[in-house]
Design a protein around this ligand. Structure first.
Ligand code: COA
Length: 212
């Protein structure tokens, strides 16, 4: 146990045995923070992009939030986003691409998890210039039973400490524009939206500098 949140909730280091549970959390929070289960035809696929690779590629910053009845969330970090994205490109996406087929670029024909399959085949791993001052990034998703208990705040504080200790000058979070709750959460923790030259319909970046 790394952090005890009380009530049977605690933070621990993630292992590869957590992958199925992480995929479940990912899809249950995958519609801008809300449950995407009914939208996806392959409930594992989102997690193969947004959760599992963190445990595999950056295990020192991959944590599970456990509850009395199993995994209730995850906390992930990448110390150097550019290096993490390079490893995604070289070590992660090639195997995924062999597993799923590209649904093509006609979005009107996409069904279920086709948008994820398309992302796997056409991953945009570029980092906006505006994020240059924030080399690290984080990612947190909690199931409803774990929310509103102060767990998110303590997890983010813990991640910030770990990143600062490793020399990071700042971190960002990629938040869906419709996920107003998460934007309020990050704002309460001192994160501010980073102005972008071109706004994305899929992402708002919220960032915070870390003390040297
Ligand atoms: C967003 C999330 C991580 C927040 O974690 P949490 O444990 O529920 O948040 P906490 O209880 O630690 O709240 C921390 C602070 O944020 C504020 N906050 C949290 N959720 C909020 C909301 N929906 N609206 C406004 N403020 C909110 C709290 O008021 C609290 O402020 P305080 O400490 O000054 O009182 C969690 O709700 C979650 O996982 N949601 C679904 C998935 C998601 O959206 N993930 C983020 C993807 S970018």
């Amino acid at each position: 146990m790394i952090l005890d949140f009380g009530g049977g909730f605690f933070l621990r280091r993630a292992t590869n045995a957590d992958h199925p549970a992480f995929c479940a959390v990912c899809v249950r929070t995958g519609d801008a923070g809300k449950d995407a289960t009914s939208r996806e035809d392959d409930p594992e696929l989102m997690g193969q992009i947004y959760a599992v690779p963190y445990q595999v590629l950056e295990p020192d910053l991959a944590f599970a939030i456990d509850s009395p009845d199993g995994v209730a969330g995850y906390l992930f970090g990448a110390l150097d986003t550019a290096s993490f994205n390079a490893r995604l490109a070289s070590d992660w996406y090639p195997a995924l691409r062999r597993r799923v087929s590209d649904p093509g670029s006609d979005r009107s024909a996409w069904r279920g998890s086709d948008w994820v399959r398309h992302t796997i085949h056409h991953a945009d791993l570029g980092i906006p210039e505006a994020l240059a001052a924030y080399p690290s990034h984080g990612h947190i998703d909690l199931l409803p039973k774990a929310r509103g208990r102060g767990i998110g705040r303590r997890c983010m504080g813990f991640l910030e400490e770990r990143l600062a200790a490793a020399g990071s000058t700042g971190l960002f979070l990629d938040v869906h524009p419709r996920n107003v709750e998460a934007q309020r959460f990050y704002a309460a923790l001192g994160y501010a939206p980073v102005p972008m030259q071109t706004a994305s319909p899929m992402s708002i970046f919220m960032a915070k500098s870390l003390p040297a």
